[in-house]
Design a binder for this molecule. Structure first.
Ligand code: RB5
Length: 148
């Protein structure tokens, strides 16, 4: 199950990703927004991040104008590794090395076709584990207020 969210700047690419999920029979929940009317991206970033952190959804996909603001909001939630991606290489590597659980993209940065391609790569790439797991543990330590 995928949790989807966007603000007005990411609405259009979120809709394109939604169509891709439907076409591929991938279950999702759309947390909004549902138009190009101006809204505050932290609300959507938080709703999706909370649902992913609670393990109600395996992955989240968040879109705003740049992908940046909504990623900053999502990354405030413990357990979230939200990655802004603008190209195929980053979408693949953030799964392989960072075990990212939320893909963030910008509707003013990439077009719908690229957003769908990045979502497809992100959802179909596995974490490599191994030496990368140790680094994720260090990130967890930071989250838990430990010195590293
Ligand atoms: C909204 O205008 C814009 O600031 C937002 O979509 C996003 O780009 C923030 O990072």
């Amino acid at each position: 199950m995928i949790a989807l969210g966007a603000d007005h700047g990411g609405y259009e690419i979120k809709e394109a990703v939604k169509k891709y999920l439907e076409d591929n029979n991938i279950e999702y929940k759309d947390f909004g927004t549902n138009s190009t009317e101006s809204v505050d991206y932290p609300r959507f970033g938080f709703a999706v991040a909370k649902a992913v952190a609670n393990k109600e959804y395996k992955f989240g996909i968040l879109c705003c104008g740049t992908g940046i603001g909504i990623s900053i909001a999502a990354n405030k939630v413990k357990g979230i590794r939200a990655a802004v991606c603008t190209n195929e290489f980053c979408a693949e590597m953030t799964r392989r090395h960072n075990d990212a659980n939320i893909l963030c993209m910008g509707g003013r940065v990439i077009n719908s076709e690229t957003a769908v391609k990045l979502a497809d790569i992100f959802l179909n790439t596995s974490f490599e584990g191994d030496r990368h797991s140790k680094r994720l543990s260090l990130i967890e330590d930071i989250e838990n207020g430990k010195e590293i």
